[in-house]
Write a protein that binds this ligand. Structure first.
Ligand code: ADP
Length: 179
């Protein structure tokens, strides 16, 4: 799934993942969990994420190569937010070709959404600190304020959902991912 930040990739990817019973692989979520666990990879990713830029391609591609090597992806998987550069797209083609013969993507879906809606959505977005599910304080609030409907963990505001970082993320999308 491709699309600007806040377009709805994560929400759609999670729904498709449960419908087709295949793992939801979000590079953003993987980076956030490395950050939370204070790994070396989290350290490498943190500055780019905080500034609304992209984590370097070599770091991102190595992380995805590792993830696509795990047994749970054999029946399929949904990629959310990868690839985001032409280098990553080429790397993905190579990774799939090098895995089991004939493996390829079924679909590449672009989720489109106007910038003004994205900005509103990201400002009122809250995410589960444990399972990553997204909520919107205006249009899709949780049943109990501040608590995830799915796993009852606290909801938080992502550090990069601040107005100036949102603008930087949109610019990054236009410059590096849209092509
Ligand atoms: P969004 O698409 O809403 O911006 P994500 O959770 O998908 O949020 O990504 C959060 C951050 O993680 C991005 O702003 C970027 O810094 C980093 N990131 C995620 N996916 C990639 C990727 N494929 N390549 C480089 N950086 C990425």
């Amino acid at each position: 799934l491709l699309g600007a930040p806040g377009a709805g990739k994560g929400t759609i990817a999670q729904q498709l993942g449960s419908r087709y019973r295949v793992p939801w692989i979000s590079t953003g979520e993987l980076f956030r969990s490395h950050l939370a666990n204070q790994t070396e990879l989290g350290r490498l990713a943190s500055a780019s994420m905080a500034a609304g830029g992209l984590v370097p391609d070599d770091v991102t591609c190595a992380m995805i190569a590792d993830r696509l090597d795990r047994p749970d992806v054999r029946q399929g998987f949904i990629l959310d937010g990868f690839p985001r550069t032409c280098v990553q797209a080429d790397a993905l083609t190579g990774l799939l070709a090098a895995s089991s013969p004939g493996r390829c993507l079924d679909q590449a879906i672009v989720v489109k959404c106007p910038d003004c809606l994205i900005i509103d959505r990201l400002r009122s977005r809250r995410v589960c600190s444990s399972c990553g599910r997204s909520f919107n304080m205006v249009t899709r609030p949780p049943r109990e304020p501040g608590i995830c409907d799915a796993c009852s963990s606290p909801l938080i505001r992502r550090a990069d959902d601040q107005p100036d970082i949102i603008a930087a993320r949109l610019a990054t999308y236009r410059e590096q991912t849209a092509p």
